[in-house]
Design a protein around this ligand. Structure first.
Ligand SMILES: Cc1ncc(COP(=O)(O)O)c(C=O)c1O
Length: 192
């Protein structure tokens, strides 16, 4: 790609070796359906739906129009002490989809925030019903629960934890990773 077209000094990419990236940048400028367009005009298949965030496809007209209609009507309002009609409607629809009595919805801005928030809800729940001693979390080796300190604590990716070990939650244990190729896989067609 044409490096001279971009000043890449100010934007840090997460989970990316940034110095290397600047030498070999990969830059998208457009997306439609299942494909991206790169700045040098190549088409790239979005095989992971941009990490599961675009499962309905890029540049879908009904979604674009719904976003535009909402922007034109009510772009943003804080969620502290006030609500908005569409958020209540969305919560109602999610509650109807969720199983059993899972019928309370707390909106977050990312999976990382959702992971940390759900851990806080669990702690507060047990404390409120008089069982505040229930404060141990169990994660799984190699699990990923986002970039917040709570999510990294229950997460089990060593590279993500290494630098922050002194700040991670102390009351966390990890189950071993479920994928055990020695005992679970056919090797050359032979059990186990
Ligand atoms: C299980 C799980 N938790 C948390 C996250 C973090 O989500 P986000 O990148 O939106 O912060 C992810 C993202 O892949 C995830 O798969």
């Amino acid at each position: 790609m044409a490096k001279e077209n971009f000043n890449m000094e100010n934007h840090w990419l997460p989970f990316t070796p940034n110095r290397h990236f600047r030498q070999h940048p990969r830059v998208f400028v457009a997306a439609d359906g299942m494909t991206f367009t790169t700045d040098d005009g190549r088409k790239v298949l979005d095989g992971v739906s941009s990490l599961w965030c675009v499962g309905a496809g890029h540049n879908r007209r009904p979604i674009n129009e719904a976003i535009k209609a909402q922007l034109d009507t009510l772009d943003y309002a804080t969620a502290f002490q006030v609500g908005n009609d569409k958020a209540f409607k969305a919560a109602e629809m999610i509650a109807a989809l969720a199983p059993g009595d899972l019928n309370k919805v707390l909106f977050c801005n990312s999976g990382s925030e959702a992971a940390d928030t759900s851990m806080k809800v669990a702690l507060a729940y047990h404390r409120t019903r008089g069982e505040g001693h229930r404060s141990v979390f169990i994660g799984r080796e190699r699990g990923y629960h986002g970039a917040g300190l709570g999510g990294m604590s229950v997460g089990g990716i060593p590279a993500n934890r290494k630098v922050f070990s002194t700040a991670l939650l102390p009351r966390v244990d990890h189950l071993r990773f479920i994928h055990d190729p020695l005992n679970h896989a056919f090797i050359n067609g032979v059990e186990p």
